[in-house]
Ligand binder design. Structure first.
Ligand SMILES: *[C@@H]1O[C@H](CO)[C@@H](O)[C@H](O)[C@H]1NC(C)=O
Ligand SMILES: *[C@@H]1O[C@H](CO)[C@@H](O)[C@H](O)[C@H]1NC(C)=O
Ligand SMILES: *[C@@H]1O[C@H](CO)[C@@H](O)[C@H](O)[C@H]1NC(C)=O
Ligand SMILES: *[C@@H]1O[C@H](CO)[C@@H](O)[C@H](O)[C@H]1NC(C)=O
Length: 468
C-alpha cells in the first residue's frame, strides 16, 4: 500500500527551472512531422496526393481529408512521410547547432484507439515513428516537449494544424475533453515507462485554443483535470510532488495497469480524471503489447526513476474575455507557452522599425509573471514579415526576437525546416520559416545563445517601457 499525494495549489516562484528543462531553452518545433501542414511542404503534399486551395476546407488540405480520400493507402503514404521528414541526420544537425529542446506537435490520433472510425479518419502508425525519433533525441541529449497540437473535436477553426479544417468546433465539450484526458494519461505513462521517451520533460495540454475565452466553455476545468491526470499517473508510479498535502488512496497491486485502474477509483480525483484513467488502462495495455513493453508495465517495481513532468499550457494572456488562469491548476512543475508571429498582423505596423520597436519592448513575460504564469517560453515564432525583408533586416529580426524571448525561459522556433522546391520559390519560404536554412544564411548564429549584434535592441528600447 503506497500513499498518493495530491496537492492543491503551489505559489509559483520566479525564474524556475524544472527537472529535465534546460536553464535556457534554445529550441525548434518538429512541425509537419506527425501533424502535417501542407503549406510547409507544398510539393511533397501534391506528390502524396494532396491538393492546394485557398480555403482549406474546400479540398484535400489536411490529414483527415487525405485519410478520407485515400482510405486504403493513407497509412503507407504517411509512413513514408514520417520516415523521411524527420531523420537521425536532422537530429545530428540540430545537435551541432546547439539546439537543446524540441517541441513535438502531435495529434490526438497518435493514440489510435481514440479515433472514432469511420466518422473520423486519420493515418495510423505514427506512434512507432514518435518512439524512434524520441530515442534519437534522447541519445543526442535534446529535451522534448510533447505538444497536444491537434485536439479531438478540433480546437480552432479553419486551420491545417488541427488536422481537420472546419468551422464546426467540438473540442470544448465533455466528450472531447474526456478524450484529451485519456490521451494525456497514455502520454504521461509512455513518458515515464518507455525509455525512448527519456528526454521528455513536459506535456502541453492544448496548442492554440480559441483566443476568445467566451468560446471555450469548460477550459479552466479541463486545465485542472489535465494536471490531475498527469499527477495521478505519476503518483501510481511513485513520483510525488514535494510540499503537497497528502491524501491516501488505497492501492496494492504491483501491476501498473491494475494499479492505475484502482487509482481511478480514488475519490480524491475529479470524476473526469477517474473516467480518463479508467479508459486509459486498456489502451495502455494495447500499446504495451504492440511495442513489446509488457514487462515494464506489469512487473514488480515499476516505479519510475524519473522526475515529475512539467505540465504546460498556453499562457493566460493567450486568451481574452476573462480567461481561466492555468496557474490556478498547477500541482508541481508547470510552464507556460506564448506564440508570437508578426506576419499575420495585429502586432505592429508593417515596417522594419515598428517590428524592432515592438519586440525590443515586449512586455509579455512581465505581464504573465504578474499573473503567476512563469516560467514562460515562446513556443512558436518565426522570421516571416508582412513586407519583403532584406537580408540585413533578417539579421536584426532574428537577433531582436532571440533577445526578447531569452528574457524569459527561452524560445522554440517554428520550424526546424520547411520544403525547398519550385513551389516554395527555392529558399523563399525556408529563409524565414526554417531554422536550419536561416542558420545556413547566417541570420542565426552558430551558438544559439549568441546574437550577431548583442546591441541590436539598444536603439529601440524605450527607457520607460522596458520594465513595465
Ligand atoms: C472534421 O470535421 C467535420 C465537421 O465537424 C466532421 O464532420 C468530420 O467528422 C471531422 N473529421 C474528422 C476526421 O474528425
Ligand atoms: C495487469 O493488470 C491488467 C489489468 O489492468 C491485466 O490485464 C494484466 O493481465 C495484468 N498483468 C499481469 C502480469 O498480471
Ligand atoms: C512564389 O512566388 C510567387 C510569384 O511571385 C508568389 O505568388 C508566391 O507567394 C511565392 N511563394 C513563396 C512561398 O514565397
Ligand atoms: C516606444 O517608443 C516608440 C518611439 O517613440 C513609440 O512609437 C512606441 O509606441 C513606444 N513603445 C512603447 C511600448 O512604449
Amino acid at each position: 500500500m503506497r500513499s498518493l499525494l495530491v496537492g492543491t495549489w503551489l505559489a509559483l516562484l520566479s525564474s524556475r527551472v524544472f527537472a529535465g528543462m534546460p536553464s535556457k531553452i534554445y529550441g525548434v518545433n518538429l512541425g509537419s512531422w506527425l501533424v502535417l501542414e501542407a503549406w510547409m511542404l507544398p510539393q511533397e503534399w501534391l506528390d502524396m496526393g494532396g491538393q492546394s486551395c485557398t480555403t482549406c476546407s474546400d479540398c484535400i488540405a489536411t490529414e483527415s481529408s487525405f485519410a478520407r480520400a485515400y482510405p486504403t493507402t493513407v497509412d503507407q503514404t504517411f509512413a513514408k512521410h514520417w520516415d523521411t521528414w524527420f531523420t537521425q541526420d536532422y537530429v545530428s544537425q540540430l545537435q551541432a547547432a546547439g539546439i537543446n529542446t524540441v517541441r513535438v506537435p502531435l495529434g490526438y490520433w497518435i493514440v489510435e484507439a481514440l479515433v472514432n472510425r469511420p466518422e473520423e479518419m486519420y493515418p495510423r502508425g505514427g506512434l512507432a515513428y514518435l518512439r524512434r525519433g524520441l530515442g534519437w533525441l534522447k541519445d543526442a541529449g535534446i529535451n522534448a516537449i510533447l505538444d497536444h497540437h491537434a485536439l479531438p473535436g478540433v480546437q480552432t477553426p479553419n486551420q491545417q494544424f488541427t488536422g481537420n479544417c472546419t468551422t464546426d468546433i467540438q473540442f470544448y465539450t465533455p466528450y472531447n475533453y474526456h478524450r484529451a484526458l485519456v490521451w494525456t494519461a497514455v502520454m504521461t505513462t509512455l513518458a515515464h515507462m518507455d525509455s525512448n521517451f527519456g528526454s521528455v520533460f513536459a506535456i502541453e495540454a492544448v496548442n492554440e485554443p480559441i483566443t476568445d475565452a467566451n468560446e471555450t466553455p469548460g477550459y479552466g476545468t479541463f486545465q485542472k483535470n489535465f494536471v490531475q491526470t498527469v499527477r495521478a499517473v505519476e503518483l501510481v508510479l511513485g513520483i510525488t510532488i514535494p510540499d503537497f498535502s497528502s491524501l491516501n488512496v488505497g492501492m496494492s497491486s504491483s501491476n501498473f495497469t491494475a494499479a492505475l485502474g484502482s487509482a481511478a477509483g480514488a475519490s480524491v480525483l475529479n470524476p473526469a480524471v477517474q473516467a480518463a484513467l479508467t479508459d486509459a488502462v486498456p489502451i495502455i495495455l494495447e500499446i504495451a503489447a504492440e511495442f513489446g513493453m509488457q514487462s515494464a508495465f506489469t512487473s514488480e517495481g515499476f516505479q519510475s526513476q524519473r522526475s515529475a513532468l512539467t505540465t504546460n499550457f498556453m499562457d493566460i494572456n493567450w486568451q481574452y474575455d476573462n480567461p481561466p488562469n492555468p496557474a490556478n491548476a498547477a500541482i508541481g512543475p508547470q510552464g507556460y507557452d506564448n506564440h508570437l508571429y508578426y506576419s499575420y498582423g495585429g502586432v505592429a505596423n508593417a515596417t522594419p522599425e515598428a517590428y524592432l520597436t515592438s519586440v525590443c519592448n515586449l512586455n509579455r513575460i512581465q505581464a504573465d509573471a504578474a499573473l503567476g504564469d512563469n516560467p514562460l517560453w515562446f513556443g512558436e515564432w518565426g522570421l516571416p514579415t508582412q513586407f519583403d525583408a532584406t537580408d540585413e533586416f533578417l539579421y536584426q529580426w532574428a537577433d531582436a526576437q532571440k533577445y526578447a524571448y531569452s528574457q524569459g525561459a527561452g524560445w522554440i522556433f517554428w520550424n526546424f525546416k520547411t520544403e525547398i522546391s519550385d513551389l516554395t520559390n527555392g529558399t523563399a519560404l525556408a529563409r524565414q520559416w526554417s531554422y536550419l536554412e536561416a542558420l545556413k544564411m547566417g541570420f542565426f548564429t552558430q551558438d544559439p545563445a549568441q546574437l550577431n549584434d548583442p546591441n541590436v535592441c539598444a536603439p529601440y528600447i524605450n527607457s520607460t517601457s522596458s520594465s513595465s
